[in-house]
Design a protein around this ligand. Structure first.
Ligand SMILES: *[C@@H]1O[C@H](CO)[C@@H](O)[C@H](O)[C@H]1NC(C)=O
Length: 200
């Protein structure tokens, strides 16, 4: 019984995830697991303080589903669905909820890099930064916090090229799979370990 249990535990937690903060500022990352999709959770607190230059390493179940990591919303989000359709891991860096700082997802199996390596805030189109007036832009354009933006579909169609040109390998709007450079996959059989870097 004990041996079987041990096998089950080590087998379930085969992936190593590393989250490294290369930003010059402290980030408060959060991990979310959508328990409606599957009950498998990483063995790490759901929130922590990541000082500049710091890293944490933890284990994630091979079958972690609909997991997300980010630093304070509205934010750039890193997303994973492991062991999904076609026995593939799916992962992406998403700007759909907003952008706060650059991110990169790498792995140790040579699968593609997902990233938004550019700081989009300095050149951010002003309508995305500022509160909207009644006569102007769609109400889905809104600033929730200084220097951060919320990106919703109607906005994205208008400003898509700004985000996609600067962050080609990220989700620039909710249906960006069609770009071919938003959603990335890796053979789940490789059991890749993933590294998420803030401000790569
Ligand atoms: C993932 O990382 C762990 C810890 O460094 C290592 O033992 C394991 O072999 C790695 N897995 C793969 C598939 O490379």
């Amino acid at each position: 019984m004990k041996l079987l249990l041990l096998f089950a535990i080590t087998g379930a937690f085969a992936r190593t995830f590393k989250v490294h903060n290369s930003c010059k500022f402290t980030v408060w990352p959060a991990i979310f697991t959508d328990l409606n999709v599957a009950p498998n959770i990483p063995n790490h607190p759901t929130g922590w303080e990541a000082k500049p230059g710091s890293s944490v390493t933890f284990h994630v179940p091979d079958n972690w589903k609909a997991g997300r990591i980010w630093g304070v919303p509205p934010a750039t989000v890193a997303e994973w669905t492991l062991e999904a359709d076609g026995n593939r891991d799916f992962y992406d860096v998403s700007l759909v909820d907003g952008f706060n700082f650059p991110m990169r997802i790498t792995n140790n199996k040579g699968c593609p890099v997902a990233d938004c390596p550019t700081d989009l805030n300095p050149e951010c189109p002003s309508p995305l930064r500022e509160p909207q007036d009644s006569s102007g832009n769609p109400e889905t354009l809104q600033t929730v916090a200084p220097g951060t933006t919320v990106l919703r579909k109607p906005v994205l169609l208008r400003y898509y090229s700004y985000f996609k040109t600067n962050c080609r390998n990220a989700y620039a709007y909710a249906y960006d799979e069609s770009s071919g450079t938003a959603l990335w996959t890796c053979d789940a059989g490789l059991k890749a370990n993933y590294t998420l870097t803030f401000c790569p």
